[in-house]
Write a protein that binds this ligand. Structure first.
Ligand code: NAD
Ligand code: UGA
Length: 459
């Protein structure tokens, strides 16, 4: 099936970078990314590249190269669907906040809306690609919606989950460990494989059945998150036994069967997907009555919640059991470095807990806006917006955040935090000056030499 025009529904963290790279590597394809969110589309079209809605190293350059040449951003969803031979669905699939499966299952309403829209608009045969992360067997529902239009159009459905990580999205897309394509139609699979094949070696393009592809995505995220929770579980034991988590990570990671990646102990994993995808996996397992399987994976999320809570409890306990009225300077709000994404960031939960104890929080993050920080906190609904505003301020310089503070809480591993003048910061803080390093980012002995009381994870 010859594909010349592609439409991607959803101009988010996945749709934007993924299509930008496909456009860059396939100059003969015309790609239109569409979204119902006008503000987001306008930002993607902004001539000032610093205003793109997503910050990812290397993204602005690729958008600059391809935009309005073979990559377009639009809110005209119907036209883009109509003229394309291949349609990616890359919309959000958040955890349900209502009804059956509330707090666990994936909310598939946006996916279904896309399928219905495609069914309504399409006049020619299409390949429909699931790019969003979906529960296993979702393709069945999409197929049922598309094949019941009665207009005689042939829809081929593929699953092509995305494995990029934020902060390294462009590198991950340019050099993927693998590209996974699941489907029934060999011709459709090969059409998509050909597009990736312009830069990905064929031996890294894995073809499977649709269900394996859908389930592999949830499984990959569950395994990755499980590693973080496993090392975090050991970090608590380290703190009581004088073992050092960095040494333990290194020692076990040198075993080639375990491997060194994803063994960095932290204040807890965040991001839009790990928790959502594991909860979804747990929900699916329970729906098949596999309660032991469900309990096994649920523990990964339980451990992560414990790690976030433990971090703030330790801070409060160390500050003589009270943070009431004390200024706590927070460095970082994003869920990891090199992204402006804050979804499910540990910082939100730690801040919320400290505010319950009447701390006065001052936050600095190099890429996250003040309004985003406030809205993340307001979204929890723990207290009124006015109370959140009173308890937490965000500032445009780390030195302002830490001036007169009783403690520093490092929430994100931004490289620039290592380069600050920590002697100056120390001189401007209340004494004793505490650092709670939720990322084990700073040099412990250097900080202690300066005079800080330094607490890290698992040491
Ligand atoms: P996102 O929220 O950043 O973007 C989704 C976009 O879809 C939004 O801009 C929204 O307005 C748009 N949208 C929703 N319904 C629509 C509709 N009916 N028509 C048109 N546009 C619509 O989400 P994201 O982070 O890009 O994630 C998308 C999917 O990819 C999710 O399933 C997620 O689990 C998966 N995923 C995300 C990542 C990641 O790093 N963020 C990585 C791999 C996979
Ligand atoms: C993760 C996966 O790595 C991607 O493969 C996947 O495509 C994506 O989820 C998704 O489906 O959304 P992402 O969440 O962007 O990517 O970032 P990660 O690098 O996986 O980090 C997730 C969280 O775990 C971050 O808060 C990070 O700080 C934390 N983490 C990661 C640790 O605490 N320790 C580690 O060793 C690794």
């Amino acid at each position: 099936m010859l594909v010349r025009k592609i439409c991607c529904i959803g101009a988010g963290y996945v749709g934007g970078p993924t299509m930008a790279v496909i456009a860059k590597k396939n100059p003969d394809l015309k790609i239109t990314i569409v979204d119902i969110n006008k503000v987001r589309i306008n930002a993607w079209n902004d001539s000032d590249l610093s205003k793109l809605p997503i910050y990812e190293p290397g993204l602005a350059e690729i958008v600059d190269d391809t935009r309005n040449k073979n990559l377009f951003f639009s809110t005209d969803i119907d036209t883009a669907i109509d003229e394309s031979e291949m349609i990616f669905i890359s919309v959000n699939t958040p955890t349900k906040t209502y009804g059956v499966g509330k707090g666990m299952a994936a909310d598939l309403k946006y996916i279904e809306l896309c399928a219905r829209n495609i069914a309504k608009v399409a006049k020619t045969d299409k390949i429909v690609v699931e790019k969003s992360t979906l529960p296993v067997r979702t393709a069945e529902a999409i197929k049922s919606i598309l094949h019941n239009t009665g207009n005689g159009i042939d829809f081929k459905i593929l699953s092509n989950p995305e494995f990029l990580a934020e902060g390294t999205a462009i590198q991950d897309l340019l050099n993927p460990d693998r590209v996974l394509i699941g489907g029934e139609s060999e011709a459709a699979i090969e059409s998509l494989a050909q597009i990736y094949g312009t830069w990905v070696p064929q031996n890294k393009i894995l073809r499977t059945n649709v269900w394996s592809s859908e389930l592999s995505k949830l499984t990959a995220n569950a395994f990755l998150a499980q590693r973080v929770s496993s090392i975090n579980a050991i970090s608590e034991l380290c703190e009581l036994t004088e073992a050092n988590i960095e040494e333990v990570s290194k020692a076990i990671g040198m075993d080639s069967r375990i491997g060194p990646k994803f063994l960095k102990s932290s204040v807890g994993f965040g991001g839009s997907c790990f928790q959502k995808d594991i909860l979804n996996l747990v929900y699916i397992a329970r729906s098949y009555n596999l309660n032991q399987v469900a309990d096994y994976w649920e523990q990964v999320v339980i451990m992560n919640n414990h790690q976030k809570r433990r971090f703030s409890d330790r801070l409060i306990k160390t500050l003589y059991n009270t943070v009431s009225g004390k200024k706590i300077g927070m460095l970082g709000w994003a869920f990891k470095k090199d992204t402006n994404d804050t979804r499910e960031s540990a910082a939100i939960y730690v801040a919320d807990h400290l505010l319950n104890e009447q701390a006065m929080i001052s936050v600095y993050d190099p890429k996250v806006s003040c309004s985003k920080i406030q809205s993340d906190l307001n979204y929890l609904g723990t207290r009124t917006e006015a109370e959140n505003y009173e308890g937490l301020t965000s500032v445009d310089s780390p030195y302002k955040a830490l001036n007169e503070a009783h403690a520093v809480a490092i929430m994100t591993e931004w490289d620039e935090f290592k380069t600050y003048d920590w002697e100056k910061i120390y001189s401007q803080m209340k004494k004793p000056a505490f650092i709670f390093d939720g990322r084990n980012l700073l040099d412990k002995s250097k900080m202690s030499q300066i005079g800080f009381e330094y607490y890290s994870i698992g040491q």
